[in-house]
Write a protein that binds this ligand. Structure first.
Ligand code: 13P
Ligand code: SF4
Length: 327
């Protein structure tokens, strides 16, 4: 028996002992996805977290995802496998205390640290546009959700926007998702200037290069990519939308415009079809922090516990529930 087999056996034993379920996002490492009871996109994971029967949820993803599970299922123990697995985009908006965030991200090392000059907070934007509903992407902290009217994911942003009667909506924090939503609905979107460093680095020149390299392939792109990239794609959708599209399509070859972790499932579920990353460096370092040893440690030591305080959880749940009611 290999060390990996022994580790997997221990995980299964502890999972049974704790009455736990392992949830994994589509961007996780291959071996983590293979160990999970359920692998999905943000919307599917939220739905599963709210309905699944267990005492413990082990969340292999990033912080906001485990927070959503805790918001929806306060009676369950929610464990995040790596505490510093955060989503930089979710940190780009604050409810009430403005701060300038200095960051360097992989792929941007050649540039000096750059700044998100967010002098404003969500409350400032709300007071500038009184009565305009706030749609917050699930890639936000629990307190931002608590200040929002409704949440959305990349899988349902258009339906969420269309469910609102208002002509104008505030959409935070992803500027690219906001622009895509504005283009795909008849809403006037007031957007925040946040972005995902993994998707936003893709340019239309990257698309021209990859299209030339694989002229027969269909291009699928995640709405966190820039509008200039989305306008060149054959299909714009969430990670699980890509899985459905690739399965249903007669095409044999695809270019994948999102984090490369999804390619594991695409290949597994479509033997014979060919998948190329749009760019090989579309890798989210935070999603890759979780290893099998992290899953084992989480179950053994019952950490890292994610628990949202009730005064935040209740209004945040209202925004998530309103989203989950949309079919
Ligand atoms: P999905 O909603 O497609 O799962 O994407 C989540 C995410 O973090 C994208 O970068
Ligand atoms: Fe956040 Fe981007 Fe990583 Fe998704 S891929 S978790 S949006 S940094």
């Amino acid at each position: 028996m290999t060390d990996k087999d022994a580790l997997c056996e221990e995980i299964l034993r502890l999972k049974d002992e704790r009455n736990a379920i392992i949830l994994s996002h589509n961007y996780q490492r291959e071996e983590v996805q293979d160990m999970a009871d359920f692998v999905g996109d943000s919307l599917e994971l939220s739905r599963t977290a709210s309905t699944i029967k267990c005492d413990v949820i082990v969340f292999c993803g990033v912080h906001f995802m485990a927070e959503s599970a805790s918001i929806l299922s306060p009676e369950k123990t929610v464990l995040l496998t790596e505490l510093d697995a955060t989503c930089p985009m979710a940190e780009m908006i604050q409810v009430s205390s403005p701060r300038k965030v200095w960051k360097t991200f992989p792929g941007y090392e050649s540039q000096p640290a750059f700044i998100f000059p967010h002098e404003f907070t969500l409350r400032d934007i709300k007071s500038m546009h009184p009565g305009v509903p706030v749609v917050s992407y699930v890639n936000t902290t629990a307190d931002v959700k608590a200040e929002s009217d409704i949440c959305c994911t990349s899988a349902n942003v258009v339906k969420v926007m269309e469910s609102l009667n208002d002509e104008r909506v505030i959409c935070v924090p992803d500027r690219n998702l906001s622009m895509w939503a504005q283009k795909s609905t008849n809403k006037k979107v007031i957007a925040w200037d946040g972005f995902c460093h993994v998707h936003d680095r893709i340019t239309k020149e990257d698309v021209f290069r990859v299209r030339k390299e694989y002229p027969d392939a269909l291009l699928m792109a995640h709405p966190e990519c820039r509008l200039e990239v989305l306008e060149l794609a054959d299909h714009v959708t969430s990670t699980s939308g890509m899985l459905r599209f690739a399965k249903a399509s007669d095409a044999q070859e695809f270019i994948v415009g999102t984090e490369t972790g999804i390619i594991h499932r695409l290949r597994k579920e479509n033997p014979g079809k060919i998948f190329h990353p749009l760019r090989k460096d579309m890798v989210c370092p935070n999603m890759k922090k979780t290893m099998l040893t992290s899953v084992f440690r989480a179950l053994k030591e019952m950490n890292y516990l994610i628990k949202v305080p009730e005064e935040i959880r209740i209004p945040a749940k209202r925004a998530l529930d309103r989203m989950l009611e949309i079919k």
